[in-house]
Structures are given as structure tokens and as C-alpha cells.
Design a protein around this ligand. Structure first.
Ligand code: ATP
Length: 229
């Protein structure tokens, strides 16, 4: 389980996160939702130890963040950070050399599933193909948890459907996933838990199935209630 306990974060004098607490469990997809600038990416970066927090703590399987984080947690940011001159094949080869937990079979599987061409240069990839490659690179790590920042951003309908399919495949089986997205209708049926954020704080947290069964409300219904109140 990834646990955030009352974490707060300031950039300079600007408070971005205020005592944020939630837990994301294995075998579940937890979705962080909030308007632009509410602090979703900052939360993911804090979990990865990429940005220091001012107070609170983060535990991964009961342990504070340590140097083994990259073997336990894969972080798929919203942009592909590989040099544009590299080919897809070279990028995959780089990952294989760099990460001890690289899973070559899974990479080949995803390469075929996304119909990516190994000979294409990163700089020549369309936005959708770059997002798919980014996903491939993150999901080909044998990590217990996957953090995804806006995997659907600016991507066409069919590519979004293809990416959403990966969420229900055995690639995700036991993993704990935390995703941020504005494209809630693409993932509504896939997510287990929602954390609604506003001004750096948790406004509401709920299990999507319980919400449907007990109150007959979709995620969008709850968002309307909460944000338009
Ligand atoms: N390195 C930084 N230095 C200063 N301020 C920052 C930095 N990174 C983010 N911020 C500010 O922190 C706030 C939260 O940013 P963050 O990127 O976490 O929001 P977000 O919810 O992911 O936004 P979006 O939905 O637009 O991706 C914003 O006001 C942003 O301007």
C-alpha cells in the first residue's frame, strides 16, 4: 500500500498541498481528480521522492521512501523524457541496461499491442505514439506500483481506448495504480477509488463501486456535486 499521511508542500511561499492523506492499495486503480494546478503532479512527484515535502510522511508497504523506490514504483510522467534523436529500439535498449527490473517480454508485448515501430525516432513520434511509448517504458518495469500522470492528455479517441484496454489487461493485475486524469469518462469504469482534490487538500474520497451501488452516482455526478456546490 502507498500511504500519504498529512503531507504538506510549499514551493517558496506558495502552499500547494495541505495535509493530504489517502492510501492507494495494490490491485486497485486510484484516481486523483482536480482542476488544473490543484497539486496532482506534485503528489506523484512527492511519492517518488522527486520533490521534498515540508511535513507529513509517505510510506510504501509500510516503509519510508528509500533508494529502492525505483524498483517498487514506476513513474510514468506526462511527457516522454528520452532524447529526441534516439530510436524507439534504442530507448528500449537503454531502459533494459539501466533498470534491473526491466521486463523484456512485456516490452515486446506492448510494442506489438500499440503497433509502435522500433525504427522510429522519438522526435518524429506523434503525441499519441509518444504517450504509448511512455506507457510501454513504465509498464515494462516489474514494479508493484505504477504512477501515471495524465496518460490520456491530448490523445485521440482510439488511442485512448487502446490505453484504457491496458488498464484491464493482466499487465495491471496485482499492481497498485495511481493515475491523474482530466479525461474521467475514459477511466470511470476502470477505477476503484477516487480522491477529489481542491486547493491542495482532499475534498472527498470514495470507492466508485460503493458510490454506484449505494447512492446510484457516477464519478461525474459526485464531481458536479462537490465542485459546483
Ligand atoms: N517547481 C515548481 N515551482 C514552483 N511552483 C510549482 C512548481 N511545480 C508546480 N508548481 C505550482 O504548484 C501548483 C500545483 O502544480 P501541479 O503541477 O502539481 O498541479 P496539477 O494538479 O498536476 O495541475 P495540472 O492538472 O495542470 O497538471 C501549481 O500552482 C503550480 O504552478
Amino acid at each position: 500500500m502507498i500511504e500519504l499521511n498529512r503531507i504538506s508542500k510549499k514551493y517558496g511561499n506558495k502552499r500547494v498541498l495541505s495535509e493530504v492523506s489517502f492510501a492507494a492499495e495494490k490491485s486497485q486503480i486510484t484516481c486523483l481528480i482536480g482542476l488544473n494546478g490543484v497539486g496532482k503532479s506534485t503528489i506523484l512527484k512527492a511519492i517518488m521522492g522527486l520533490t521534498p515535502i515540508n511535513s507529513g510522511n509517505i510510506l510504501i508497504d509500510g516503509q519510508p521512501i528509500n533508494h529502492l523506490i525505483y524498483e517498487k514504483v514506476a513513474f510514468i510522467s506526462d511527457t516522454l523524457t528520452m532524447p529526441s534523436s534516439l530510436k524507439v529500439r534504442e530507448t528500449i535498449s537503454f531502459m533494459k541496461d539501466f533498470y534491473v527490473n526491466w521486463n523484456g517480454d512485456r516490452a515486446r508485448e506492448l510494442l506489438a499491442f500499440f503497433k509502435l515501430n522500433e525504427q522510429d525516432r522519438i522526435g518524429d513520434l506523434s503525441k499519441g505514439s509518444a504517450a504509448k511509448l511512455n506507457l510501454l517504458l513504465g509498464l515494462s518495469l516489474n514494479a508493484d506500483y505504477v504512477l501515471m500522470d495524465e496518460p490520456f492528455s491530448g490523445i485521440d479517441l482510439f488511442s485512448r481506448e487502446q490505453i484504457a484496454k491496458v488498464f484491464t489487461s493482466d499487465l495491471m493485475d496485482e499492481r497498485g495504480v495511481i493515475i491523474t486524469t482530466h479525461e474521467i469518462q475514459d477511466v470511470e469504469h476502470l477505477i476503484d477509488k477516487v480522491i477529489l482534490l481542491d486547493q491542495g487538500a482532499v475534498l472527498k474520497e470514495f470507492n466508485t463501486e460503493d458510490m454506484r451501488l449505494q447512492e446510484g452516482k457516477s464519478v461525474v455526478d459526485v464531481m458536479r456535486e462537490v465542485y459546483q456546490a
